[in-house]
Design a protein around this ligand. Sequence first.
Ligand SMILES: Nc1nc2c(ncn2[C@@H]2O[C@H](COP(=O)(O)OP(=O)(O)OP(=O)(O)O)[C@@H](O)[C@H]2O)c(=O)[nH]1
Ligand SMILES: [Zn+2]
Length: 231
Amino acid sequence: MTISSPQGSNSTGNERVGKIDSRPDRNTHNGEPVKIHDPEEVSLEDMMASVRQIILGVGEDPDREGLLKTPKRVAESMRFLTSGYNQSLDDIINGAIFDEGHNEMVLVRDINFFSMCEHHMLPFMGRAHVAYIPNQKVVGLSKLARIVDMYSRRMQVQERLTRQVAEALQEVLEPKGVAVVMEASHMCMVMRGVQKPGAWTVTSAMLGAFQEDQRTREEFLNLIRHQPGAF
Ligand SMILES: Nc1nc2c(ncn2[C@@H]2O[C@H](COP(=O)(O)OP(=O)(O)OP(=O)(O)O)[C@@H](O)[C@H]2O)c(=O)[nH]1
Ligand SMILES: [Zn+2]
């Protein structure tokens, strides 16, 4: 197993290959694609008016000084926290696929992510571990984290988020296998509801060799268990 550099500094044969099928609306419900409307169809002012209603709904005064700008701040935060709807795989990969002839496992672990649960619109956050076994082609390492960010910045359930990251990598690289594990704490289970701080939800998506070959899967699971040295 090798954790490779995407720059492939020893190779003279680095070239960008492949064209990515961009599907910014690759969200699914029961396996079917869901059409996502353009967020701009609802104006920031409409969103601000809704936030004002929420402020009234919790018994506060939206016209007191500290809350005057809150509807705008919240609307803008929401736009940022869901900005993954406006991105596509094409945007993110930006052609950074290299024909390295590298066929060993590549793993980027401990990728921090922040997402929003679609049931309560509260954050869930944690770490993602993303691995693949190349089939000649490798992708820039930062792009693995960017893929995690793109799907995280949408209204999500953790299981779908995990699967989408794996499927995106499968689509981009057609590798021999993909493994994604996400460990997260859900604020809807911590701050409200069942109120269980310290409970971690762990989800995985294994494709190809990681699904079929137990040794490959175990190698990956051992690597994400091991604590790397601190910098
Ligand atoms: N499978 C899954 N469930 C999630 C995720 N995020 C939140 N949930 C759950 O979604 C469920 C929604 O349940 P409901 O009974 O409709 O809502 P609720 O009354 O607010 O539920 P409680 O959280 O139990 O108070 C809860 O069990 C949440 O824990 C996720 O990423 N994946
Ligand atoms: Zn929730």
